[in-house]
Ligand binder design. Structure first.
Ligand code: PGA
Length: 237
């Protein structure tokens, strides 16, 4: 393995979105293997790693986390705490050490009927309690998806560009196209960090290093070996 070149200004964000995968024992094994690798490496100098487990494992992952690794929720209620059965409010997440929440993921929009207004309310709930929302947007809808969000909150967001055709398909998006969409996102949101997500692997992750401020990774975050290969590929770029 090559040395990792350290440059604080270039620190990227790498988010492991486990989606609705992993049982409790699988979470334990992943965390144990990951912590061992992380403790021995300099990866944290070039990349901030954030783990987004299912809500039921947030407390467990929070307990196991090494300092320096962040915790994200995959979703958040559009409402504050109160009479909303089954919902997890931003304040509850914050009380468990969650500092990021993915909002408006295309799977939430597609399978759970989440619309732009709900996403906008989720962003507001996050900001109210100091959680950074990671707002997922798709190419052609960037403007309308951003349009519902209070412009005053744009600067508090991280935006993840997730092309539908690239999510979970093995067909990662062309880096030049990602560059164009990133520019559009920054035109709309201002100079906030923009992540790329969609079939990111250790083989293609560095194609986006110059354009994006980080990555939102699903499939390649599930096996700790794949995720570690990806994280170290960034470090060695
Ligand atoms: P993928 O998922 O890495 O499996 O394409 C990315 C995402 O949906 O966040």
């Amino acid at each position: 393995m090559h040395d990792i070149v350290y440059d604080d200004d270039m620190k990227k964000l790498l988010i492991a979105n486990w989606k609705s995968h992993k049982t409790q024992s699988e979470v334990t094994s992943w965390m144990d293997a990951f912590e061992e690798k992380y403790a021995k490496s300099l990866v944290s100098r070039v990349v901030d790693i954030v783990i987004a487990p299912s809500d039921v494992f947030l407390a467990k992952v929070a307990d196991d986390l090494t300092e320096g690794i962040g915790l994200a929720a995959q979703n958040v209620s559009p409402f504050p705490m109160g009479k909303y059965t089954g919902a997890t409010a931003a304040a509850q997440l914050a009380s468990m050490g969650v500092t990021y929440a993915i909002v408006g993921h295309s799977e939430r929009r597609r399978y759970f009927g989440e619309d732009n207004m709900q996403v906008a309310n989720k962003v507001q709930q996050c900001v109210d309690v100091g959680i950074t929302p990671i707002v997922c947007v798709d190419d052609e809808y960037v403007v309308s998806q951003a349009g519902a969000i209070d412009p005053e909150l744009h600067s508090k967001c991280i935006v993840a560009y997730e092309a539908l055709s690239a999510i979970g398909t093995g067909n990662n998006m062309n880096a030049l196209h990602v560059e164009e969409v990133t520019k559009t996102i920054k035109d709309v949101f201002g100079s906030i960090p923009v992540l790329y997500g969609g079939s990111v692997t250790s083989s293609n992750v560095t194609e986006y290093t110059d354009t994006c401020d980080g990555w939102l990774v699903g499939t390649a975050s599930l096996a700790v070996e794949d995720f570690w290969a990806l994280a170290t590929a960034i470090g060695n770029a």
